[in-house]
Design a protein around this ligand. Structure first.
Ligand code: DHE
Length: 583
């Protein structure tokens, strides 16, 4: 069934790609179509939960433009959903420019209206001429920007405690596993637009449970013992699921803010399952919780100085969080200040935090194969920061050579020429950077790009391999070409001795047999044994989606999981691989 496509590079202009991404729209119904002049502009956070908050017009001043409360509310919703990802919730700037009133009033109404209508070469989308906003909406947004921003509420201990629920207290939980599921080979699958996860058995492909979680659910992480599954929604709701119950079911829940993307649990020896941590986009903070009940224990704001300019940033979002295997520490990545925080959880009443200056716009990353080094993409800066988690120091900061690296947790394997490497693909082009990760055995290659692979095209989000696999898989779900976004590129690791190794392209959507819609193939995840890899075929919420299981040895389709309950499957998290950081 597999077809071989000759090696090629799709050198798509970033503008073309961003536009096409907008035209096809990521199939999540609430994610607004966005478009800028590069791929990363099409992949900016959308603060949809914040957009639902009721706001009032801040204290009016003489000369303020006329706006009714309803208009201000509508404009604010549009702003949080479409603009805040780049310009910041408080309009103080992030990857986009600041839009505070001292700046907007200088430009004035006409300037703002034209800017919103036509966009700019620097990345501002042409909201008006693209038809994404009507003339009336553009007019309303220009007036909105002349008024002070609405500050969404903080979310501190009283709010967290009020939202905290323990459905099954620890003493009422089973003392042994009550189901016959092989937990370590279970997959937690994000059903994005359903706000649910499906727990799917890795051997039988049977859906064992579908569990309600947060809105536009984002990622799952597993406690060190494998007993508890933690799921976070974009609405900052954390759901804790007990895998010992029959069927596995939620035992505790909490809201940690208004917008969030990351959750993790303590993994250092002696601290397994003790704590959980979640990081928020709004308010900008992280919270350490009891790993048995989700009781919130310690909230820390991430507001502070940008690492290089030493200028205060009021809303630095928490991106990825990883648990160290070397120390009782969480590695917390703060986007806008460019700080990597090593949060020592051994004494949370005297919390010690090592602040590592890295690079702005930190996003996602993972550990190297030894678990000692953490590599994280500063994606809007085209760089990867490497932290030595044993020494608590920045080991390197390097350019990947591609546009907007997006590794997920990356992929570790032994390169036939350069030894241990970690890989990242890119949103903005077809390249995959292989970075040497063995400073002792291969000091000349450590923390440099040892090889660049050329995959199917831009718009890639995730790469994957497994210690048992001889392959590296690269997706491209945001590529505008349906054939590319519906396929996966596979590189044979042994062929990487060649300067430009070829890849095989697996037609995953074709294998899924889905004719309706334009599903995208996203995020490969291996089973525990490492002999098969699962891909999500992510379609619109009202259309059929699927999961395609590929045999890693033969690269042939092994099974297709289809079920009406599989609505918008995206991320998949195998219990063993996720808890042991195998990727
Ligand atoms: Fe994600 C991980 C943020 C859109 C699927 N995503 C992450 C992480 C962050 C993040 C900070 C790292 C978490 C960690 O490791 O602790 N994602 C964001 C965004 O801000 C963004 C760009 C826009 C938004 O408004 O949320 C965004 N993400 C998406 C999607 O559209 C994806 C493709 C589909 C979906 O389900 O929403 C998506 N993100 C994922 C997945 C991971 C992830 C599957 C975990 C990958 C892994 O292997 O660990």
């Amino acid at each position: 069934m597999k077809h071989l496509r000759p090696h090629f590079r799709l050198l798509m202009s970033s503008a073309a790609m961003a536009l096409a991404v907008s035209a096809q729209a990521v199939p999540a119904q609430e994610k607004p179509a966005d478009h800028g002049d590069d791929a990363s502009a099409a992949y900016q956070p959308s603060m949809t939960t914040l957009g639902e908050l009721n706001v009032e017009i801040p204290g009016r001043k003489p000369g303020d433009p006329v706006m009714t409360p309803d208009e201000y509310q509508n404009a604010n919703t549009i702003y949080f959903e479409r603009c805040a990802g780049c310009h910041g919730v408080l309009r103080k700037g992030a990857t986009g420019k600041a839009l505070t009133t001292d700046i907007t009033r200088e430009g004035g109404f006409d300037y703002l209206r034209d800017f919103i209508t036509y966009g700019s070469p620097a990345g501002m989308p042409n909201w008006g001429t693209s038809g994404d906003m009507t003339e009336e909406e553009v007019d309303m947004m220009a007036r909105y920007l002349l008024l002070d921003p609405a500050a969404p509420p903080e979310f501190g201990m009283p709010e967290m405690r009020a939202s905290w629920k323990v459905m099954v207290p620890p003493e009422e939980r089973p003392t042994e596993k009550m189901n016959d599921i092989a937990i370590d080979n279970l997959f937690s699958v994000t059903l994005r637009d359903a706000g649910q996860v499906a727990l799917i058995d890795g051997a039988s492909y049977e859906i064992k449970a579908v569990i309600d979680t947060g809105y536009a659910v984002h990622i799952s992480r597993i406690s060190a013992s494998g007993r508890y599954l933690f799921v976070i929604g974009r609405d900052a709701r954390v759901t804790m699921i007990d895998m010992f119950m029959d069927p596995p079911a939620p035992v505790a829940e909490i809201k940690v803010g208004t917008e969030a993307r990351s959750v993790e649990t303590s993994k250092f020896e002696g601290w397994e399952d003790k704590y959980a941590i979640a990081g928020s986009y709004w308010p900008p903070q992280y919270v350490i919780m009891d790993g048995n009940t989700l009781e919130p224990l310690k909230i820390k704001s991430t507001r502070g100085m940008i690492y290089d300019e030493q200028i205060f940033h009021p809303e630095p979002r928490v991106a990825s969080i990883l648990a160290s295997h070397y120390k009782p520490e969480f590695i917390v990545n703060v986007k806008e200040t460019g700080m990597i925080l090593m949060v020592d959880y051994s004494d949370i009443n005297n919390l010690a935090v090592t602040e590592i200056e890295a690079e702005r716009f930190l996003h996602d990353g993972g550990l190297d194969s030894t678990g000692r080094y953490f590599l994280v993409a500063a994606n809007a800066r085209g760089k990867v920061a490497v932290v030595d988690t044993k020494e608590g120091k920045l080991a390197a900061l390097l350019e990947t050579g591609g546009q907007t690296p997006h590794p997920g947790r990356g992929a570790n394997f032994v390169h036939p020429t350069y030894g241990p490497v970690w890989a990242t693909s890119h949103l903005g082009d077809e390249t995959v950077a292989l970075i040497g990760t063995d400073p002792e055995g291969h000091p000349d290659q450590a923390w440099t790009v040892v090889q660049t692979l050329y995959s199917m095209g831009g718009g890639s989000l995730f790469v994957k391999t497994h210690p048992e696999s001889e392959h590296l898989y690269v997706d491209a779900p945001l590529n505008p070409d349906a054939e590319i976004s519906g396929s996966v590129a596979v590189f044979k690791i042994a062929d990487m001795t060649e300067e430009e190794p070829e890849f095989v392209e697996l037609p995953i959507v074709e294998w899924a047999g889905i004719a309706e819609g334009q599903p995208r193939v996203v995020q490969g995840e291996f089973n525990q044994e490492g002999n098969e890899i699962w891909f999500s075929v992510w379609n619109g919420a009202d259309k059929e989606s699927a999961i395609v299981v590929v045999d890693d040895k033969t690269l042939e389709m092994k099974h297709v999981i289809k079920d009406p309950r599989l609505i918008t499957p995206t991320g998949k998290f195998n219990v063993f691989n996720t808890r042991s950081d195998v990727y």
